[in-house]
Design a protein around this ligand. Sequence first.
Ligand SMILES: *Cc1c(COP(=O)(O)O)cnc(C)c1O
Length: 388
Amino acid sequence: MNDRQIPILDLSPQYQSIKSEIYAAIDRVLESGQFIMGQDVKAFEQETAKYLGVKYAIAVNSGTDALIIGLRALGIGAGDEVITTPFSFFATAESISNVGAKPVFVDIDARTFNIDPAKIVEKISDRTKAIMPVHLYGNPAAMAQIIDIAQAHNLKVIEDCAQSFGAKYYGHCSNCGDACAESTRSAIAGKMVGAIGDVGAFSFFPSKNLGAYGDGGLIATNDETVAELAKMLRVHGAKKKYHNEILGYNSRLDTLQAAILRVKLPYIDQWNQGRSFVAKTYNQLLADIADIITPELADGHVFHQYTIRVLNGKRDQLASFLAASGINTMIYYPVPQDRLPIYAGQYALNPVSDELSDQVLSLPIWAELSYENIEFIANKIRSCLQGA
Ligand SMILES: *Cc1c(COP(=O)(O)O)cnc(C)c1O
């Protein structure tokens, strides 16, 4: 009875629903004969800046490049320290190391999976230049507290929004603790992530909430100087072609990807709502199962991943059971960044991050995942953990 196969992500229903628009966009680009940057990139930047509520949006070749160019445009480099979370994909810390700076890891809050704002200040040194929060799984980080700390210590904030296109920050008072920053919270409540710090860095990797059909990324900022520098850095450090002023990169967005993203952008809120609905349904169906903790349904969360914690050492057993039932799951991430071979022995323990890396399990999620499949998955989880 196990002929049902449920992948972790199925992009085909989305594609089927926009296929004719995608074909028209691709045809328009092919007919135009312009494949690098061009009119569609400019239009996509304008449309995205408007959507995010920022003055400037600069499209680049990937989310990783958006982080690297964002850091460089903020003037961060050799000898500087950047505070970030250990609990993320390596591109986060890698971008910091790649500009010559040092990532300094601050442990996470087990309820949100994001950097714990109460533990940031103790890691600030006279070399610290910036904080890089990650809105992991699409859940906005504690931005009010982070902005307050950054202002008090004269630090930049660069948001890793690779998993959170379309997420909005509201702030949860449950997270404030001593660092409660109510006036900052109300000043930024309702803003899109990526529009709150000095720089927001987005990824359009195909599996992200707003995914291209190839690589892509974007830098969002309200700072004109940062925007001008980022534009130079993406084309070999030149304002004017063949008049290169600084060392830059080749990090242009393809015209085809921009045209595809322009088709998708108007649907993003609808797709993110679909994901939230799937998450809410999972939470209801999994509510009374012992040994698992379901994620918070925070306002503005866009559920790039739906990730549960499996307690008492049962995570790998549950993952195998689900795999045998045709249900694909993933572990994001099995090794926290500070435990990766590249940084081995360099960092003190981050116990919450270490513990969660042994507990997290991401379940299938996409906007069109059916109730029947969610129920099937929930029932398999129940029968594994409760032997029902
Ligand atoms: C995907 C991802 C990136 C990198 O984006 P790419 O477009 O793949 O370069 C960076 N940070 C996080 C948290 C990501 O999930």
